[in-house]
Design a protein around this ligand. Structure first.
Ligand SMILES: Cc1cc2nc3c(=O)[nH]c(=O)nc-3n(C[C@H](O)[C@H](O)[C@H](O)COP(=O)(O)OP(=O)(O)OC[C@H]3O[C@@H](n4cnc5c(N)ncnc54)[C@H](O)[C@@H]3O)c2cc1C
Length: 448
């Protein structure tokens, strides 16, 4: 006998958790995480989360988002995100999330690359952990939610473009099915498919591969963001450690091999990554230098304590010397195509957060817009599911005929999914190239 629930949320990052919190309490919810519940990229977010401070910043915030996205952004999605930001932040604060405040108790805002103004809320350099810890804490209090760690969605169960549930591998390795009125893909980006990424390695774009196999519409699949500055390491297989953009926002400088500045450090990420890669090629080096000594010491100590600590572990004293940095895969602007309430092209299936593409980021994401986007559109998905709860289709017979044997070889399935995504990315890149690229672990391979 398989599992049964009203809502199956695949992913325990900020989008999945917030979606659960926004759903009615009389709906039964299962939340899955492929790893431990805290094993999500949401925990890794350093820089912060944008908020519309007041009406006077609306035009500028909108324009910065559009410009960073090369004006390919969906304008309505951008408007929804910006206009909803205050409500989302109010929710986070009500859950206990702390953002830096001044002596009067007012929010303090920082700035990152391509932002014209200070409009980013932060908690030290661990904003994502601060937010997600409090979301998880709240979710754990809900009697209608079951959290399942180390449980993987391997496929969905669908018929005639309606989703009825999923195939899962449980913590003990058992394969089973889960019947659900709605499935929500909150399974993050694609970093695990890359040789060098700031993401957790288990976050491998599973929704994309499964979506492709079931003819679900995808969008901008080759729009992958390379972060310009991650700490260079010779250690193989390590997750790339991010040197947050707000470090440059606060005044850090980049130098070539001769310790000369070679670019504007506050260019949008895609353009800055290209400049750095160009400089590395010209100099014949594996990294460029980043100098944090240009920021007042107290600011570095209070704003970036974890970056200081990590650099120290790697043998660099940021107060005395420059650190080596190199671009690495970081974020996925593309994803499973969704509408303004996060519904995919398949009925009863939603996608939120980095797994989804509602067009908000266009070709390139503006810094600190992703946590916000993930939360805003997860909330909209929850509202839509609640509204449509009486119009759900069910097909229990479908579950009697599911052949679980084809999911037994996990390694083979992982390889197959990686190759499907690599192929899709290659095809899209041939049609509409984005330029700066990172090396993947998988070779493209057509669906058999
Ligand atoms: C180092 C770093 C720094 C960042 N800094 C910022 C920042 O300062 N500001 C900002 O706005 N954004 C930042 N981002 C981006 C932001 O953190 C992410 O885009 C966002 O947190 C994604 O949230 P999510 O809920 O979509 O997915 P995630 O938080 O990545 O969660 C994905 C979840 O899905 C689960 N999962 C995946 N596949 C499966 C499967 N098949 N079955 C079951 N479970 C599965 C995972 O286990 C995980 O629980 C940063 C990202 C990184 C990596």
């Amino acid at each position: 006998m398989g599992l049964k629930t009203d809502i199956l949320i695949v992913g325990s990052g900020c989008s999945g958790l917030y979606c659960a919190l926004q759903l009615p309490r009389d709906m039964n919810i299962i939340i899955l995480s492929k790893a431990e519940l805290e094993g999500s990229d949401s925990y890794l977010a350093q820089g912060g989360i944008c908020m519309l401070k007041d009406e006077s910043d609306y035009e500028s915030y909108f324009e910065d988002t559009m410009k960073a996205g090369h004006y390919e952004n969906d304008k309505k999605s951008v408007e929804i995100m910006i206009r909803s930001s205050r409500d989302v932040i109010n929710d986070l604060v009500s859950y206990g999330a702390r953002f830096r405040r001044d002596e009067n108790g007012d929010f303090v805002f920082t700035r990152e690359g391509a932002h014209s103004h200070h409009r980013i809320l932060f908690h030290e350099d661990e904003t994502g952990k601060e937010i997600t810890t409090h979301l998880l804490e709240q979710v754990k209090k809900l009697p209608n939610v079951t959290l399942m760690d180390h449980t993987t969605m391997l496929d969905i169960i669908e018929k005639d473009n309606v989703c009825y549930g999923a195939v899962l591998r449980l913590k003990d390795g058992t394969l089973t099915t889960c019947e659900a009125d709605n499935v929500v893909w909150a399974c993050g980006g694609v970093g695990g498919l890359y040789q060098h990424s700031t993401n957790f390695p288990h976050i491998t774009g599973d929704a994309l591969a499964i979506g492709k196999r079931h003819n679900i519409e995808l969008k901008n699949v080759n729009y992958v963001q390379i972060h310009p500055t991650t700490l260079y390491t010779e250690k193989p297989g390590e997750r790339s450690f991010l040197i947050s953009e707000s470090v440059r926002g606060e005044g850090a400088k980049l130098y070539d091999k001769n310790m000369q500045r070679f670019t504007n450090e506050l260019l949008p990420r895609d353009l800055l990554s290209k400049e750095i890669l160009k400089q590395m090629k010209k100099d014949g080096t594996k990294f460029v230098w980043e100098d944090l000594r240009t920021i007042p010491r107290e600011e570095v100590e209070s704003h970036f304590p974890n970056i200081v600590e990590k650099c120290k572990e790697e043998g660099y004293d940021v107060f005395k010397e420059c650190i080596p940095v190199v671009p690495a895969q970081h974020y996925f602007m593309g994803g499973v195509k969704v509408d303004y309430v996060s519904k995919t092209s398949m009925d009863q299936l939603y996608a939120v957060g980095e797994a989804a593409c509602n067009g908000v980021h266009g070709r390139n994401r503006l810094a600190s817009n992703s946590l916000l986007e993930a939360l805003v559109f997860a909330r909209r998905a929850a509202a839509d599911m609640a509204e449509k709860r009486n119009a759900i289709k069910k097909d229990p017979e479908l579950f009697e005929s599911v052949d679980l044997s084809r999911y037994e070889d996990g390694a083979e399935l992982k390889e197959e999914y990686g190759e499907i995504i690599a192929e899709e990315m290659k095809e899209q890149e041939d049609v509409n190239p984005v330029g700066a690229k990172a090396e993947m672990r998988y070779e493209p391979c057509s669906i058999q």
